[in-house]
Write a protein that binds this ligand. Structure first.
Ligand code: BGC
Length: 262
């Protein structure tokens, strides 16, 4: 058996209290990593995720990150990480939002900017703090959660697609910068996964069948199916991977309409 072994690694997950972040916290803990869960809203969910992580015998703590797009809040988060965990080996830039649906001409510039700030500036602020620490120890992994929408245009979500495509290029550029310092930087692009962000679609029978039709595997993914891949990518088993995007999407990127003629 080849184990995914993250024993003793210190992992920080932004938005670790729900959806993909919570599943990732669980997977990393299952692989033996100590877990820091940064949450924005009430602590109850984060406490639940921490309890699950602890059940795997690792350390788990929660911390409030009021706004990942606020550089001061991010600085404070990493100061907390220093005092609570004495370092960081894994950063998962998971916190994100898709923003209100609006066609470009009708969209509110302030709302558009906010999506860019959370989805792109947030990972940038967190990564620069992480790199400052990881480069000193000559080791670290940064995971950037993008989306299939770093590749697939999505009407009504131009801020989101732009932010995710931007994050993809940030991911590659950062990977190039820090590869020589022992730091790997990898983007994970989930497809449609059952989380709160798209619950209004997959909980609605019509929305679900429309969504399934876009997925060659014909089903929405489970959060654990992202968490497990992230655990592998953070481990030394993936030690020669950096700078790419790993899609975990049931084939959504395969242009499913082309199954039938052309
Ligand atoms: C979005 C989901 C959507 C999925 C596939 C994700 O990035 O957050 O709402 O279901 O992409 O379109």
């Amino acid at each position: 058996m080849i184990p995914i072994d993250l024993k003793g690694r210190k992992a920080l997950i932004t938005g670790g209290d729900s959806g993909l972040g919570a599943a990732t916290a669980k997977s990393l803990a299952q692989a033996g990593a100590d877990i820091a869960i940064a949450y924005r809203d009430g602590p109850q969910n984060a406490e639940g995720v921490a309890a699950t992580a602890k059940s795997f015998g690792v350390k788990a703590s929660i911390v409030r990150l009021a706004d990942v797009a606020d550089q001061g809040d991010v600085t404070a988060l990493f100061a907390w990480m220093d005092s609570e965990f004495d370092g960081i080996d894994i950063l998962v830039n998971n916190a994100g939002m898709d923003g209100p649906r609006a066609m470009c001409a009708q969209s509110d510039p302030a709302a558009w900017r906010r999506v860019l700030e959370v989805d792109l500036f947030g990972p940038f602020y967190c990564s620069r703090e992480a790199v400052a620490r990881m480069s000193k120890q000559g080791r670290g992994v940064i995971i950037n959660t993008t989306s299939v929408h770093e590749f697939i245009p999505w009407a009504g979500y131009s801020a989101y697609t732009s932010a995710k495509a931007g994050l993809s290029m940030f991911n590659k550029t950062l990977a190039q910068e820090v590869a020589g310092q022992g730091i790997r930087v990898i983007a994970v692009a989930p497809g449609a996964i059952k989380t709160p962000i798209n619950a209004n679609v997959w909980q609605d029978p019509k929305g679900l069948s429309d969504l399934d039709a876009k997925i060659p595997m014909n089903r929405v993914g489970e959060p654990d199916e992202i968490g497990h891949v992230i655990a592998f990518l953070c481990s030394d088993l993936a030690g020669y991977m950096t700078g790419l995007t790993v899609a975990v999407d049931g084939g959504m990127l395969l242009y499913p309409d082309f199954r039938h003629g052309g």
